[in-house]
Design a protein around this ligand. Structure first.
Ligand code: FAD
Length: 496
């Protein structure tokens, strides 16, 4: 596939659409978009940055770029952790949607918010906290407040209620999408102009799902209706520690597998191992000996159950039941190390800090060694311990700290497993090491039938699609239908 590098004439055409303040080929501005792509090992500086405000401007931009065969990559916040965001060759136009930041409606009766793609986590959280405090938006728990709700949902991330309410992709109800062939498409019940966005599967076969996880390769979403949730006052965090990932997996499954009742009260169920703690400190301050963590009360592995309830009674009952499950598990044959199953009593200040949203906990990861990467995988819940052991071993074999974070999706139906790879981004050999780790673990994971969250175009996508040829064939047909000249975010997902 060959593309045109945009020139001055193209820049003039873009200025004609959005105005001179909102389209530029200025070197410094274009280069600043590279530093946003903190999570990509390979990335490319865009040739032009355009900051549209209205769907009609985007429609004109896409029609023009499609005719000229100029690549276009949309970003909302540009902060997706993983490999989804950075531009790769051939660069082209970055469509920065941060000016489209209107919160159009908060409809508490139908539990829906209608927002534009540039609405950030911090913005929506603060707005609802002020105007509708009895409801909350489904923001991703640890993501930077300047990333967007839309960017997270289209990437199918995880939010503060994911263990109870399902994957973040499930929060979408309807969307307005600008298609490169020049149309504006409405999905879900919005396809019918008179309908509210109350039903996501639309008016017949569902087109929306083909846009989910598309990493900007199909079209540009300009408005979405997302679910919002009641925000009860009664909350706590219950933590159980253990010595190994199997006990973490199996105890947590006992609770998630209840499906009804207390499993629904556990809105965010996430855990990991003790090296997670040190990734938030500068490297020179990191104690390497486990004894240090033991003394300050960290088990080698642990699981946090964040509980939300409508009454204090419900809250206390849920905590009591979690504790009962842990005690019963300790006595069962399934438990590998009963002595290490310990309840971690949190100080009220620790509970308050974990309940604070957006919690910003992930922001300082870069302290450790300047480079960090989330390479996230989905596994069936009962495979997450095997994933953690396999990945941690490969990390340690390569001299990288075995940092593992695992969370439950939909009451332990799936696990989202996220090794946090901290490396020295000033060293070329560290980049090579990370690629090697990624290749080895991807080979293992694909054989085990696990799925990558945001497949990168060099390792995950080729290995994954080599096992799913018919799927890729139809995906390319869908892409052709929306984007006949293949201008959208080229290289992503091998499309093309
Ligand atoms: C430190 C850190 C912590 C994080 N913690 C979490 C977490 O706890 N939970 C979680 O789920 N995620 C987390 N993330 C990932 C990320 O921040 C979220 O997924 C985030 O909300 C992505 O939003 P964004 O606006 O930055 O997306 P972007 O990076 O702008 O976009 C994501 C993808 O969608 C495409 N895209 C963007 N906008 C559009 C559009 N309007 N139309 C079509 N395609 C589009 C882009 O091309 C890209 O491929 C974290 C990231 C970081 C850096």
């Amino acid at each position: 596939m060959s593309y045109k590098k945009p020139d001055n004439k193209d820049l003039e055409a873009m200025i004609g659409i959005v105005g001179k303040n909102y389209a530029t080929a200025n070197d410094a501005i274009c280069a600043s978009y590279l530093s946003k792509s903190v999570m990509g090992l390979e990335s490319q500086i865009p040739d032009i940055v355009i900051r549209p405000k209205y769907p009609e401007e985007i429609r004109k931009i896409l029609v023009y770029c499609s005719q000229e065969k100029i690549p276009v990559s949309p970003i909302s916040g540009g902060l997706s952790g993983g490999f989804a965001c950075p531009l790769i060759r051939p660069g082209g136009v970055v469509l920065d949607l941060s000016r489209m930041d209107r919160i159009i409606e908060i409809d508490t009766e139908n539990r829906i918010a209608i927002i534009e793609p540039g609405v950030t986590l911090g913005q929506l959280w603060a707005y609802m906290h002020k105007h509708t405090p009895e409801y909350c938006p489904p923001i991703p728990d640890g993501a930077p407040p300047s990333s967007t709700v839309m960017g997270d949902a289209i990437d199918r991330g995880f939010s503060l209620v994911t263990s109870s309410m399902g994957p973040q992709g499930d929060i979408f109800m309807a969307a307005e999408v600008v298609i490169p062939r020049g149309d504006i498409l409405y999905t879900g019940s919005w396809a019918l102009p008179t309908a509210k966005p109350f039903y996501k599967y639309g008016i017949g076969p569902d087109l929306w799902s083909t846009l989910m996880g598309s990493q900007g390769t199909m079209g540009v979403i300009t408005k979405v209706a997302i679910k919002i949730f009641p925000h009860p006052e009664h909350k706590t965090v219950v933590v159980w520690g253990m010595s190994n990932p199997q006990d973490m997996q199996n105890l947590t499954w006992q609770i998630g597998n209840q499906e009804f009742g207390i499993a629904h009260h556990c809105v965010m169920v996430q855990g990991g191992n003790y090296p997670l703690v040190m990734t938030r400190w500068p490297k020179e301050k990191v104690p390497h000996d486990y004894e240090f963590y033991k003394e300050i009360g960290f088990s080698r592995w642990w699981m946090n159950f964040e509980v939300w309830a409508q009454t204090q009674e419900e809250l206390e009952y849920t905590e009591k039941r979690i504790d009962e499950f842990a005690k019963k598990f300790m006595e069962s044959k399934e438990c590998k190390d009963p002595k290490a199953i310990i309840k971690q009593e949190l100080h009220p200040k620790q509970i308050a800090s974990r309940l604070k949203k957006p919690n910003k906990i992930a922001i300082p990861y870069g302290y450790w060694e300047a480079g960090f990467l989330f390479i996230t995988w989905y596994t069936p819940w009962k495979d997450c311990a095997e994933f953690a052991e396999m990945y941690n071993k490969v990390l340690e074999d390569h001299g990288i700290a075995p940092v593992m974070w695992i969370a439950s999706i939909e009451r332990c139906r799936q696990a989202i497993c996220m090794p946090i790879i901290c490396f020295d981004s000033t060293k070329q050999e560290d980049f090579e090491k990370v690629q090697e780790i990624n290749r080895i673990t991807t080979e293992y994971s694909i054989k085990r039938g696990w799925l990558n969250y945001r497949p990168d175009p060099y390792i995950h996508a080729p290995m994954m699609y080599s096992q799913a040829g018919t799927y890729l064939k139809y995906l390319r047909e869908v892409k052709k239908m929306f984007d006949p000249n293949f201008i959208m975010h080229p290289g992503r997902l091998m499309l093309p």
